[in-house]
Design a protein around this ligand. Structure first.
Ligand SMILES: CCOC(=O)Nc1nc2cc3nc(NC)[nH]c3cc2c(=O)[nH]1
Length: 369
């Protein structure tokens, strides 16, 4: 796969990601399809929100239904009815967050399944092979995401191991036209470690570079300051993927610091818990004040359900604990995230990103209309 840059505005870039499964405009937000589904909505609806690429989780899929079964079912695209590009994570992050259920050594990680307690092993080679069986369009290197806060020694040792794992992941990767593999920059919030990590990955050579080890509780200010010196260390002509980010304000700030791709469970998870994302900030639709509010959730809603359902109806669905509540609100939130990315991309192309950013931030601060 390859990425072409169309426009630049400050550090922000607008471009196209061309892959074996289609082309996607960047900056792009990837809905999270953990176990082969974006929870609660069909992939047709995911497409209708404007999404171009989705994320699948190696950790979950290897446990159930297993990569071998997905392969026998024709790969993840066929199984989940999503013809577009799929980026699969390497399982590293999920396994790290298993805590005591996992044991890590130089070769890889042994862990117990959260489903049935069975023992499993992930190594750079096995993670890359699993992603191949899933027919991932973009494969992620197997890395370790250290928990913060961490001492510099811990961060250094973890980053160095992740770089050795990146080389092994690249070695195990089967290159095919239209497919790609991303290395993951580590090093916490230490500039010299980030520099060493970026250089190590560039020496190995990947089709794109992810910035890992962030959005783990360090806070927006430290995340942004880390991006300020990390993105310039990465190749100008290849995509940068900031993992696990984030709120609309995070996305705007990270695009302005040179990031092109994002994934986050927030819009879909919030959709399941009655939290609506809008141009004017978020709304908790369980709140009684919406019980007879006949207005749509957000004034500029262009989702498949735009103008069809009132706040009062969503309030009722969530109070009644009906399935349709999470389904509709997940759609709405993902459509808002896609609309935001389109707005940001248009501003980069027009060269008006600073002004658009100020307007967006003003509206988010306004609160309900
Ligand atoms: C998506 C590819 O991820 C990986 O394979 N490794 C990895 N994943 C991360 C996911 C993250 N999510 C957050 N915040 C919600 N921070 C993350 C960091 C990593 C990471 O360093 N490494």
């Amino acid at each position: 796969m390859h990425w072409q840059k169309d426009a630049q505005c400050g550090q922000a870039r607008a471009g196209w990601l061309h892959t074996r499964h289609g082309s996607v405009p960047t900056p792009t937000f990837m809905p999270v399809g953990t176990v082969g589904t974006v929870k609660g909505i069909t992939m047709d609806n995911v497409r209708a929100t404007g999404a171009g690429i989705v994320l699948g989780n190696t950790y979950h899929l290897m446990l159930r239904p297993t990569a071998e079964r997905v392969q026998r079912l024709g790969g993840l695209h066929r199984m989940m009815d999503w013809p577009g590009p799929i980026l699969t994570d390497s399982g590293g992050f999920q396994v790290m967050s298993l805590g005591p259920l996992r044991k890590m050594d130089e070769d890889g990680v042994t862990f117990r399944s959260h489903i049935d307690g069975s023992s499993h092993r992930l190594t750079p080679e096995s993670s890359t092979d699993i992603q191949y069986k899933l027919d991932a369009t973009i494969t992620m290197a197997f890395d370790e995401c250290p928990a913060l806060p961490a001492t510099k020694d811990v961060l250094e040792a973890s980053m160095e191991r992740s770089m050795r794992w990146a080389a092994r992941s690249r070695e195990a990767f089967i290159a095919r036209p239209g497919y790609g593999q991303f290395g993951i920059v580590q090093g916490g919030t230490e500039q010299d470690l980030r520099e060493r990590s970026a250089l190590a990955l560039r020496k190995i050579g990947f089709e794109g570079y992810a910035i890992g080890g962030l959005a783990v509780g360090e806070g927006q200010e430290l995340m942004f300051s880390t991006l300020d010196y990390t993105t310039p260390m990465l190749p100008e002509d290849q995509p940068r993927y900031l993992m696990g980010v984030g709120t609309p304000d995070d996305l705007l700030g990270a695009v302005m610091r040179g990031c092109d791709m994002f994934d986050c469970v927030m819009p879909s998870r919030a959709g399941r818990t009655a939290r609506a994302y809008t141009e004017r900030g978020t709304l908790n639709l369980r709140n009684a004040r919406f019980a007879e509010d006949t207005r749509p959730i957000s004034p500029e809603d262009d989702s498949p359900m735009a103008g069809r359902y009132s706040r009062a109806y969503l309030h009722h669905l969530f109070r009644a604990n009906e399935m349709l509540g999470p389904m509709l609100l997940t759609l709405h939130n993902l459509a808002y995230y896609q609309r935001l990315m389109r707005q940001i991309r248009a501003a980069i192309v027009a060269g008006t990103l600073e002004q658009t950013a100020a307007e967006l931030r003003q509206n988010w601060a306004k609160g309900d209309w």
